[in-house]
Design a protein around this ligand. Structure first.
Ligand code: ATR
Length: 279
């Protein structure tokens, strides 16, 4: 039954920048599916103002918070309890404020990516050869959930190879994972290539060799925009059978957050379709 006579339960996304976040629109549509009475806003915080803004939001009755760039590491440090996947990711994108005053921290980014790939796009990751580009915070957040799909191999490539090697040390307990430099990719082919670098933000494409894709390969950019990212354009030109941006991942990670807060997982397909249509 719709809850309309009480004050709305308050949620928000906090980041910097945050003005163009699609999260308020996404969560509003989720709440509508269940008749939940919630308010979800985008809150900007100063670079060194996250902890204060967080306390203010809680004092104002906030029940849960999504955290985005650049605060995911600080959010990790400010939680009292962490999910296993947040511990592995080393970062928190979802906080739940518990009735006893404690903060529970989760990371739903990796689950969002895996849901989008497996459920929406229909890729079975088991026994696949996966290439992940980048070794920053965004990549660290998705490695655990990807390895849990039991790929044949997960190759991690970064310009600064030492950063990829550090991640391999952390994640090798969870599956077959190796670090390489871009120049070592020549002659290797992959079924799934995931761009987790920030190159698309600068209009750049990572320095990839030709003949990277197997015949059925998918190229996935964790970034998204109004038009295909430079990586997606490159992949289309160079033989990827399917290309996708990270809009589905965004909606799926939001659905996982909603589940953590409200105990129900919203339907994501209609929300993704509406965002594709209306921007
Ligand atoms: P995020 O938290 O979004 O992952 P980050 O920690 O700054 O951001 O990491 C950015 C990633 O994109 C890094 O892996 C970076 O490679 P380096 O570690 O070698 O710097 C990668 N990156 C950024 N621009 C790139 C480009 N033009 N080509 C390839 N990799 C790029």
């Amino acid at each position: 039954m719709a809850e309309t006579n009480t004050a709305p339960a308050r949620y928000a996304v906090m980041g910097n920048p945050v003005a163009h976040s699609k999260s308020p629109v996404i969560h509003k549509q989720f709440a509508h599916q269940f008749g939940h009475h919630i308010e979800y806003t985008a809150l900007w915080a100063d670079d060194d103002g996250f902890a204060d803004a967080l306390q203010q939001f809680r004092a104002d009755g906030g029940k849960g918070l999504n955290v985005t760039v650049p605060f995911k590491l600080e959010a990790f440090r400010l939680t009292d309890n962490l999910s296993e996947r947040a511990k592995l990711a080393g970062a928190v994108n979802t906080m739940r404020f518990e009735p006893d005053g404690k903060i529970f921290g989760d990371n739903t980014d990796g689950a969002g990516l895996v849901h989008d790939l497996t459920k929406n796009i229909g890729v079975n990751l088991k026994e696949k050869k996966i290439l992940v580009l980048g070794a920053g915070g965004a990549v660290r957040g998705v490695l655990g959930p990807l390895l849990r799909q039991h790929p044949a191999m997960l190759m991690l490539v970064n310009r600064t190879v030492a950063k990829a090697k550090d991640l391999v040390k952390i994640f090798s307990a969870f599956g077959k994972i190796e670090a390489l430099g871009y120049d070592e990719l020549v002659g290797k082919r992959f079924d799934v290539v995931i761009n987790g670098t920030s190159a698309s933000l600068k209009g750049e494409v990572p320095p990839l060799p030709l003949n990277l894709f197997t015949s059925e390969a998918i190229a996935y950019d964790m970034m998204y925009g109004d038009k295909p990212t430079p990586f997606m354009e490159w992949a289309m030109l160079h033989g990827a059978a399917t290309v996708a941006d990270g809009l589905g991942m965004l909606v799926e990670q939001a659905a996982e957050s909603y589940l953590l807060w409200r105990g129900v997982r919203p339907e994501t397909q209609p929300v993704i379709a509406a965002l594709r249509k209306n921007g």
